[in-house]
Design a protein around this ligand. Structure first.
Ligand code: CO
Length: 433
């Protein structure tokens, strides 16, 4: 009996990992990630609402709203009068290269390369000498309306070549890559000029002349895979933060709300500070919460009572202790991959966790049977920040910052624990329940 249960759990876990890999492999940009999340929502019977339209919201209804094609908020309304909001937030974007306007550069009538700039704080060297492709969105239309087209060349199109060791003998002593001069990808011979936008337009089913705007990015072509003896780890691009986005949405579409309105919030632009109209610093979440309350006939006081009863789990990946650099981890808070959900603490509150929200999260984990572990920066290392404390400036609710332990954050290929995603999904499902 015991082993049969083990077996079922194992099969479920393998399927979850496979679904995670399919999601990440199919989400080269935030636009694609949100598109794939919306497919999960549509599959679970969620109705799309437009921000510009009047909303009708009903008890037991399931809805989602999109902003800029790169952020999405899904919510489900319980049968009973709700006490508050149960929210999980993650981010849809990852550090990468963005194509500039007029990107094509020819070199000596020999090569065609692209003018790109950094999006977020990536480890530049990891983008060299590997096949890359191009994806994003195109905008076409006129004064009667602009239309957005998702595009993904989905082929080995670009490569950023290193300089040979013979021409830079100092390379292994540490080299500062210049984002303008060292990181331009070559995409063909000079004769390929003008072909890139023909290919992208053809994919969108429009002509090159119709393209009025574009948000295009380079992405790593590597697929996610399992790595290590006993299938210990997973490696792939964009684990930060698509692991958490996937876990949150998987939990969302599999649970029915009881006493609270459930929300799954996946926002763009975390990697560049969240200060956009669709980022965590925007009014997007607050706008949605206020509109939901209005449609449920709640006034300003009821809205604030709902907020006072609400809880936000801000989910963004965390740093595992590094096998070669144990000294970079804190003295006593040293998360490891497969050690469970990481609860993040920061004295100066760059992580929103406090004693209360940590206690709530630990209780959720215990009820879900999910392992958890604490993270803190070394006191002499600044560390990063995330969505939680930025979002609470707009919507001030009790918040815990969590994530999964991973290595090489913001590398073109990141490494995480193979067992942790199951803990995260189980904890999120318990929270929504
Ligand atoms: Co992140």
């Amino acid at each position: 009996m015991e082993s049969e249960m083990e077996q079922t759990k194992q099969t479920e876990h393998t399927e979850q990992l496979q679904d995670l890999f399919t999601f990440i492999d199919g989400s080269p940009t935030a636009f694609h990630a949100v598109d794939n999340l919306e497919k999960m929502l549509e599959g679970a019977g969620y109705c799309r609402l437009e921000e510009k339209d009047a909303w009708t919201i009903e008890k037991r209804g399931k809805y989602y709203v999109n902003r800029n094609d790169s952020s999405v908020i899904a919510f489900s309304i319980p049968e009973k009068m709700p006490k508050g909001f149960h929210m999980i937030a993650a981010h849809s974007d990852s550090p990468c290269f963005k194509l500039k306007e007029k990107p094509e550069i020819t070199v000596d009538e020999a090569y065609l390369k692209l003018n790109v700039e950094k999006y977020g704080g990536m480890i530049l060297s990891t983008w060299l000498d590997r096949p890359l492709s191009i994806a994003g969105r195109l905008i076409a239309g006129d004064r009667n309306g602009m239309k957005s087209f998702l595009v993904n060349l989905d082929s080995d199109t670009a490569i950023i070549p290193n300089l040979a060791i013979h021409m830079n003998g100092e390379l292994n002593k540490g080299f500062e890559y210049n984002p303008q001069t060292d990181m331009e990808p070559v995409i063909g011979e000079a004769s390929a000029k003008e072909k890139l936008f023909d290919m992208l337009a053809a994919q969108a089913g429009i002509s090159k002349e119709e393209i009025l705007g574009s948000d295009l990015f380079l992405y790593n072509r590597d697929k996610c895979r399992v790595v290590g003896i006993d299938d210990a780890f997973i490696a792939g691009p964009r684990l930060d933060d698509l692991e958490c986005a996937f876990a949150a949405m998987t939990a969302m579409v599999n649970e029915e709300p009881e006493d609270y309105i459930n929300l799954c919030v996946v926002l763009d632009n975390e990697e560049v500070g969240s200060g956009t109209k669709q980022g965590a610093a925007s009014t997007f979440l607050q706008d949605v919460l206020i509109r939901i309350c209005g449609k449920l006939d709640m006034g300003a006081e009821e809205y604030r009572r709902m907020i006072a009863e609400s809880f936000l789990i801000s989910a963004d990946n965390a740093h595992a202790m590094h096998p070669n650099h144990g000294e970079k981890a804190d003295v006593t808070n040293r998360p490891r991959m497969n050690g469970g959900i990481v609860i993040k603490y920061h004295g100066s509150q760059r992580y929103a966790t406090d004693a209360y929200s940590a206690a709530v999260m630990k209780d959720i984990c215990s009820r879900a049977g999910a392992a958890y572990q604490p993270y803190a920066n070394r006191s002499d290392i600044a560390g990063g920040s995330t969505l939680g404390n930025i979002s609470t400036a707009q919507v001030s609710v009790r918040t815990v910052d969590i994530g999964l332990a991973q290595l090489a954050m913001h590398s073109a290929v990141e490494t995480a624990g193979a067992k942790d995603i199951a803990y995260l999904i189980d904890a999120f499902r318990t929270f929504y329940r």
